[in-house]
Design a protein around this ligand. Structure first.
Ligand code: NAD
Length: 435
């Protein structure tokens, strides 16, 4: 199959490279010339484990190429995937669909044969209908079909998730489009990945319902963690105790500083807007959004409390800035709100992150970036583990303490055992376990 991927970001580039690896002919398009220039020189514009090798292999095999020219790329394709961003619209939290619609307009001008137009971007219910309307103004009805194929990959494990998905959701209204999509995903049929064919609106909603549910699970355990702190219970053991119940499941039950990233914050907000517009409130999700928003700054206050209630002129080192490990994605990372709270309280904030500092230094100008964990900890009054990168899991805590001016270690990911830390003389604060 001949495929064009519009948008070569975290989703478009990974999806495009994986489709090429399945044997399809793929062109990844992006309007940002610097991204395409990098890709043409085999430099990855994002950090995602395994991506560079996958891209290189498929470029060398002649199955994967890159372009800034959407028109030239989409004509003659069997399927054109839209994988552009759908951030929160400033002001009201609705998904900003301007990039999706702009891409649809450009596609409509360029398609020359019957083509399936697939929204892979996360888009609110009804967006496919709007994309169809845009295309129908310029193309005859038999020249195109609009399909929803939401993406569920996780940054940091994106390639594996794409190639071994829990399920593939395809929302299609016409038979020939289902056949094209089946052919595209045939290698995964062979892997026995479940493929769910639904109506287009249903597929669009599945993505939001999935993300809202996962955000709810995280927020639930975060509130239980707060309760644990107040009643002398241990949230790690509560998580294990409930997670072993098959009806609940152990995943997404790790208490922490609140969810962030490029999906959950904007997708929960967008679902709220869809629900309000359709007079069908989702009050649980409303509570989740509110609780999570408050939690990020509350984590900053937790650090201040660990310092004895005063952060002015204290030096605080953040270990980890990205919203999770194994990505350079800083979108809506809890570290941003935590650093802001500490800066507001008069602290000097320094940080180290294995991959996120290039982006972070642009959006966190008041935070000084350093070369390593120990570099960050030098003369610090407190060290705060914000993201659970592997590099922070086995720190030499005695060396860390010797480097610091103070003795406070705040572990917002519970990656250390309180008893181990106690031996080093560090004063340890974690989440939901009275330590
Ligand atoms: P991203 O910002 O990393 O990438 C989007 C890319 O699209 C950018 O490089 C941008 O330059 C490009 N673009 C925008 N308009 C264009 C146009 N008209 N022509 C060509 N290129 C254009 O975004 P992302 O993280 O890859 O997310 C894309 C979509 O996938 C979003 O809707 C997101 O919600 C969804 N999604 C993301 C993830 C994730 O983990 N990042 C997972 C599942 C779904």
């Amino acid at each position: 199959m001949k495929i064009a991927m519009i948008g070569s970001g975290y989703v478009g580039l990974v999806s495009g490279a994986c489709f090429a690896d399945f044997g399809h002919q793929v062109i990844c398009v992006d309007k940002e010339k610097s991204k395409i220039d990098k890709l043409d020189n085999n430099i990855m514009p994002i950090y995602e484990p395994g991506l560079a090798g996958l891209v290189q292999r498929n470029v060398e095999a002649g199955r994967l190429s890159f372009s800034t020219n959407l028109g030239e790329s989409v004509n003659d394709c069997d399927a054109v995937f839209i994988a552009v961003g759908t951030p929160s619209r400033r002001g009201d939290g609705h998904a900003d669909l301007s990039y999706v619609y702009a891409a649809a307009e450009e596609i409509a001008d360029a398609v020359t044969k019957p083509t399936v137009i697939v929204t892979k971007s996360t888009v609110p219910v009804g967006t496919g209908d709007e994309v169809e309307l845009i295309l129908s103004r310029k193309l005859p009805a038999d020249q195109f079909a609009v399909v929803s194929n939401p993406e569920f990959l996780r940054e940091g494990a994106a390639i594996d998730d794409f190639k071994r998905p829990d399920r593939i959701v395809i929302g299609a209204e016409v038979e020939w489009a289902k056949e094209v999509m089946s052919e595209i995903y045939r290698p995964l049929f062979l892997n026995q990945s479940p493929i769910l064919f639904t109506g287009r609106r249903t597929a669009e909603l599945i993505k939001y319902a999935a993300n809202a549910f996962l955000a709810t699970k995280i927020t639930f355990i975060n509130e239980i963690a707060d309760l644990c702190e107040n009643v002398g219970a241990d949230v790690q053991e509560v998580s294990r105790g409930i997670g072993l119940d098959n009806r609940i499941g152990a995943k997404f039950l790790h208490a922490g500083p609140g969810y962030g990233g490029s999906c959950f914050p904007k997708d929960t907000l967008a679902l709220l807007k869809t629900a309000q517009d359709n007079e069908s409130p989702v009050r649980i999700v409303e509570a989740v959004v509110q609780v999570n928003d408050q939690r990020k700054r509350a984590m900053g206050r937790k650090v201040i409390q660990a310092l004895g209630g005063e952060a002015r002129d204290k030096k605080i080192a953040l270990l980890g800035l990205t919203f999770k490990p194994n990505t350079d994605d800083m979108r809506d990372a809890p570290a941003i709100a935590i650093a802001q709270t500490l800066n507001d309280a008069g602290a000097q904030v320094v940080a180290y992150d294995p991959e996120g500092m290039a982006v972070a230094s642009e959006i966190m100008p008041d935070v000084e970036m350093t070369e390593s964990s120990y570099d960050a900890a030098k003369d610090a009054d407190a060290v705060v583990i914000v993201t659970e990168w592997d590099a922070f899991r086995a720190l030499d805590l005695e060396q860390l303490k010797a480097t610091m001016a103070g003795d406070v270690l705040v572990d917002l990911r519970n990656i250390y055992h309180p008893a181990d830390v106690a031996k080093t003389g560090l004063r340890y604060t974690s989440i939901g376990r009275n330590a």
